[in-house]
Design a protein around this ligand. Structure first.
Ligand code: NAP
Length: 261
C-alpha cells in the first residue's frame, strides 16, 4: 500500500473530486481513499479511468457503510461500489465502523469478496482494542489494516490500539491526520515545522510516516495536494518526535469509536 493516499471525504461527487484525484495522480500519489458514504465513488472512478496512470498502479480503498452491514447486504454493497467506481476490484475494502451485532457477518462477507478477488485486501476502520480482539477471535483472513483517527493530539489515547495492530501485523492507517485543519495554526507546530522549512500539514504527515502509519490527508486545493506529498526530503528528529508524541489531548475530530460497543 502506498504510504500516502488522497482522502476524499466531504468532496462532492463531480468535477471537483475528479480534478483533485487527477491532480493527486499527477503529483505522484498512487493511493485514493474513498467510501460509499462519501458519495463520490463515481468521480474517483472517472479520474482513474482517464488513464493518466494505469489502474493497476493505483491503490483504491473504499468502505462498507453501516446501513449495508450484514452478510448479504455487504456483498451487494461492495458490488455496487465497484459499479460506481467502474472497477473490477478494489485494492482494499474496509468495514467503515464496528456496528454491534452485524460486524461478524460483515467480516464473513469481506472474506468471501477477498476470495472472489473483488478486494485485493480487506480490513477495518475505527476498531479499538475490544473490537480487534473480538475480530481476531473469528477471522479466517487477517485484517490488513485498521484505519483510525491518528495525529499527535489523539495519539496517546490510541497507543493500546496501535500496539495491538503492530503486534498482529495490522497496518495502522492515519485518518484526519491534519486534525481536519483544527490544529494547523498551533504555535508549537508552526515553530517545529518552520525549523525544517516545512508547513504544519507537512510536519503532521511526516510524523505519521515516521510512526510507520499509512496516511491519507484530504485536500481539494491543487497546491495543497502537491504540498502534502512533499514530505520525503526531511526527517523529524527523535527529540521533536517525542514532543509531538506528547501533545495528546484526546482530540477526536469525528465520532469517537472508543465509545462504540
Ligand atoms: N474511516 C473513517 O471513519 C474516516 C473518518 C474521517 C476521515 N477519513 C479519511 O481520512 C481522510 C482525511 O481526513 P479528513 O478529511 O477528516 O481531514 P484532514 O485530512 O485531517 O484535514 C483536511 C482539512 O485540512 C485542509 N488542508 C489540507 N491540506 C492542507 C494544507 N497543506 N494546508 C492547510 N490546510 C490543509 C483541507 O482543506 P482544503 O480541502 O480546502 O485544502 C481540509 O479542511 C478523509 O478524506 C477520508 O478519506 C476516514
Amino acid at each position: 500500500m502506498p504510504a500516502i493516499g488522497l482522502g476524499v471525504y466531504q468532496m462532492p461527487n463531480g468535477i471537483l473530486t475528479q480534478k483533485a484525484v487527477d491532480s493527486a495522480l499527477r503529483y505522484g500519489y498512487r493511493h485514493i481513499d474513498t467510501a460509499m458514504i462519501y458519495r463520490n465513488e463515481e468521480s474517483v472512478g472517472k479520474a482513474i479511468a482517464s488513464g493518466f496512470v494505469p489502474r493497476e498502479q493505483i491503490f483504491v480503498t473504499t468502505k462498507l457503510w453501516n446501513s449495508d452491514q450484514g452478510y448479504d447486504q455487504a456483498l451487494k454493497a461492495c458490488n455496487a461500489s465497484l459499479v460506481r467506481l467502474g472497477l473490477s476490484y478494489v485494492d482494499l475494502y474496509l468495514i467503515h465502523w464496528p456496528v454491534h451485532g452485524k460486524r461478524q457477518d460483515s467480516w464473513r462477507a469481506l472474506e468471501t469478496l477477498f476470495q472472489e478477488g473483488k478486494c485485493r485486501a480487506i480490513g477495518v476502520s475505527n476498531y479499538m482494542v475490544h473490537h480487534l480482539e473480538e475480530l481476531l477471535g473469528y477471522c479466517k483472513v487477517m485484517p490488513a489494516v485498521n484505519q483510525i483517527e491518528l495525529h499527535p493530539y489523539i495519539y496517546s489515547s490510541r497507543i493500546e490500539t496501535i500496539d495491538l495492530c503492530r503486534r498482529t501485523g495490522i497496518i495502522p492507517v492515519a485518518y484526519s491526520p491534519l486534525t481536519k485543519g483544527i490544529k494547523l495554526r498551533d504555535p508549537l507546530l508552526v515553530k517545529i515545522a518552520s525549523g525544517y522549512g516545512k508547513n504544519t500539514a507537512q510536519l503532521l504527515i511526516r510524523w505519521a510516516l515516521q510512526q510507520g502509519f499509512a496516511v491519507i490527508p484530504k485536500s481539494s486545493v491543487t497546491s495543497r495536494i502537491a504540498d502534502n506529498f512533499r514530505v520525503f526530503d526531511f526527517t523529524i528528529t527523535a527529540e521533536d518526535m517525542a514532543v509531538l508524541d506528547g501533545l495528546g489531548e484526546n482530540l477526536a475530530t469525528g465520532w469517537d469509536p472508543a465509545e462504540a460497543l
